[in-house]
Design a protein around this ligand. Structure first.
Ligand code: ADP
Ligand code: ZN
Ligand code: ZN
Length: 705
């Protein structure tokens, strides 16, 4: 008999506390076991094996699930590092790292991909055996087939009445096969490839304006890596939005490429995972979760649109993909390239202090960057949501057989209150942050300090009683555009219209084939490359300018510059029209000139003044409980405990599941000190406030949720 420590998922509070079980057969750390935990069967994860135990009563493992550890040494180490750095349960890291088929689970009824049972040959069976065989619908996971009676199941398999197989056969995911274009690189591209391929540094920031040909640089670097017999990881924010890029990558590298993203079925994920593990896949293109693929000979990591918010996972273990990229690049001593036209401030700062080697692509391949025109909505005549100037421009595009993209910004959409006459946004007198309107109570609230203000519906600047309602949705916009242009071919892309698998691809290929106008949420801002698009119109551009969050201006700049980047990418010149109430805002002024550096310098001043990243590291800690008093007490105690640290709050934030929530934000210029503090805080919290739930978010992407 051996004794094993098993991690099970049960309560995020008790970080990494394993439970001891007895086991009759040999098992290694890193394997899953089926155990009884609080009277429920769960799948746990073995962390250690002992000869003895000092415990009196130890229950026995029900089943050893894996003959060999699931994770190799690297990923096992990585999961420990994550658990430490993000102050989160290691089991949450394992769950994130492994494909669904291999996860440790709260229940064990999940499909395990290894063995499947299917109906076999007709053979003589006793009545009991027949009844057992006929009780199931085939094929089904072997585990389920065995559950009722392992003995009967064994006999049926032995007789051949039921067969076992590995369920890996399935249809291939539809993959567009494009034609490859082997460009002659421009001088700039050539220099970029050379710097990165031959440089002695390991981390690079590729800052290239939109349309500067970053993809081709990636492909050439990938080729060199494959030639050297090593694997490539190519991270993108969203697969569905970049079908053309995927086409180009598949056209170039064909068979040994895997596309890995959240919309794959559990089986597809499992198969891809295994192929990488077995070294059959040389290049993986994928979203966030692909960063955990079990590469053995990783030679290059490419991270496109590295600024994108989707690289930060919101739920446990709340990791930032860029951190994982750096960790793995160091482990494999390989190169990592972070690329963007609008790098995250954290990344650009790292480039300026030479943590990253900065490589720039300053020119577009074909045209100059598009002209940007700010339409001042305080003066512009308009029809419904669109300025007349924009309507005329769309009409011109229709006449010239060119295409238009209309972006309705809903990100950061919060019911802020803006005067329709003078454009004033009502802000908190203490925090300078836009107030949000709560319709039911008819009050204004500050999400930073929590103060509540009565709303008299009179503009403090001009006395107008007419307030702008930022409540336009994409469907409504579609309606208006259809009325304006009844004969145009109009496509809409937003969360609703893309719910189905491959919906993105379908909309985009229709747009490519015969579309005139593509309208949608910020989805249409990202990555698209259509050469006939010569007009981009951006509505409600101010929605995210209002300083709701320390990163508001950054995401606003990114969104505007990225959206602008869709215009005039081919041989025809493009233009961008931005409808704004605030044309003098420094974000607008930088966007007009496509001047990232100007934006960066301005924004860094605000960050320094406000003491925000990249000048400090943040950790946001939420406390929630059935009653507000208790949650607040825990939050206040935590703040007091963090003596010597700059702490914001406790701030009451919106309830979730009817539970009041309070947040504190801890700041520190040392990441190490911050992590240590938060770990101590978490320990203390478990001891003193076990009825208050705590949620820790290291390096929160945004403070507001
Ligand atoms: P980015 O990712 O920097 O926005 P892309 O990689 O999508 O830009 O390239 C922009 C366009 O230029 C694409 O249509 C691409 O096919 C084309 N392109 C890239 N490199 C070259 C080149 N060397 N010669 C000609 N066309 C190129
Ligand atoms: Zn305030
Ligand atoms: Zn006003």
């Amino acid at each position: 008999m051996i004794y094993i420590d098993v991690l099970v998922e049960y309560d995020v509070l008790k970080l990494n506390r394993p439970f001891t079980y007895a086991c009759r057969q040999p098992v290694e750390p890193g394997c899953r076991v089926r155990v009884l935990f609080r009277n429920r069967e769960v799948i746990g994860y073995v962390t250690a094996v002992h000869e003895q135990t000092h415990l009196q009563k130890v229950s026995e493992v029900l089943e050893v699930v894996d003959p060999k550890p699931l994770l190799n040494e690297e990923l096992s180490e990585l999961s420990e590092w994550m658990s430490h750095t993000y102050v989160c349960p290691r089991i949450s890291c394992l769950k994130t790292m492994l494909p669904p088929a291999l996860k440790p689970e709260k229940t064990h009824s999940k499909v395990i991909m290894e063995d499947w049972a299917e109906l076999g040959d007709p053979v003589e069976l006793t009545e009991k055996q027949r009844a057992y065989r006929d009780a199931f619908e085939y094929p089904l996971p072997a585990r389920e087939f065995r559950r009722q009676s392992a003995g009967l199941a064994r006999t049926l398999i032995k007789k051949g009445a039921v067969r076992l197989f590995k369920k890996e056969k399935e249809s291939k995911p539809v993959m567009p096969v494009g034609t490859d274009t082997n460009f002659t690189l421009t001088e700039e591209q050539k220099a970029a490839v050379q710097t990165i391929a031959e440089g002695s540094d390991s981390l690079y920031l590729l800052h290239g304006v939109t349309g500067s040909g970053k993809t081709e640089v990636f492909l050439q670097l990938a080729q060199k890596t494959l030639d050297a017999g090593r694997q490539v990881l190519f991270l993108v924010p969203e697969i569905g939005l970049t079908p053309l890029m995927i086409e180009r990558v598949t056209a170039r590298f064909g068979a040994n490429i895997a596309i890995y993203h959240s919309r794959l079925t559990a089986q597809e994920k499992y198969r891809q995972y295994r192929a990488v593990q077995e070294g059959k896949t040389a290049i993986v293109v994928g979203t966030r979760s692909a960063v955990f693929m079990p590469f053995s000979k990783l030679g290059l990591i490419l991270m496109d649109e590295e600024h994108d918010g989707s690289y930060k996972q919101d739920n446990l273990p709340r990791y930032q993909t860029r951190d994982i990229v750096r960790w793995r690049a160091a482990y494999h001593t390989c190169k990592a390239v972070f690329a963007s036209a609008t790098p995250a401030l954290e990344s650009y700062s790292r480039a300026l202090n030479q943590t990253y080697h900065l490589v720039e692509l300053k020119h577009r391949i074909y045209q100059n960057l598009p002209e940007i025109r700010l339409l001042d909505m305080r003066r512009e005549p308009r029809q419904d949501a669109l300025a007349k100037t924009l309507i005329d421009a769309i009409r011109q595009r229709l006449a010239d057989h060119e295409q238009t993209i209309l972006l309705l910004n809903r990100r950061g959409y919060l019911p802020i209150v803006r005067c329709a006459e003078c454009g004033t946004v009502l802000t908190c007198p203490d925090c300078g942050i836009a107030l949000t309107y709560h319709k039911r109570e008819d009050v204004l609230k500050c999400h930073s300090c929590g103060r509540i203000f009565a709303f008299d519906h009179i503009c403090p600047t001009c006395g107008s009683t007419h307030f702008f309602q930022a409540s336009l949705g994409t469907e409504k916009l579609e309606e208006q555009v259809r009325q304006l242009f009844p004969t145009a071919s109009i496509l809409r892309m937003d969360a609703d219209s893309t719910r189905k698998k491959h919906a993105h691809e379908k909309i985009l290929s229709e747009f490519q084939a015969h579309g005139d106008i593509l309208l949608g949420t910020q989805m249409v801002a990202k990555g698209l490359d259509f050469e006939r698009v010569t007009l981009v119109g951006i509505l409600q551009a101010d929605a995210s300018l209002a300083r709701m969050d320390y990163r508001s201006a950054e995401t606003a700049y990114e969104m505007l510059e990225q959206a602008a980047g869709r215009s005039g990418r081919g041989t025809r010149a493009g233009i961008v029209m931005i409808q704004t109430f605030d044309p003098d805002h420094y974000v607008m002024q930088a966007v007009v000139k496509h001047d990232y550096q100007q934006f960066f310098r301005k924004e860094m001043k605000y960050r320094r003044l406000g003491v925000y990243p990249p000048f400090v590291f943040l950790c946001s800690v939420l406390f929630s409980a059935g009653n507000a008093q208790k949650a607040l007490q825990a939050a206040s105690d935590a703040k007091a405990f963090c003596a010597g640290f700059d702490v914001i709050g406790p701030t009451e934030i919106s309830m979730r599941q009817r539970r009041p929530r309070f947040r504190i934000v801890i700041k520190s210029s040392s990441k190490q000190k911050l992590v240590k503090m938060v770990q101590e805080l978490a320990d203390r919290h478990q001891r003193l406030f076990s009825t208050v739930s705590i949620s820790i978010n290291m390096d929160p992407y945004m403070l507001e949720e």
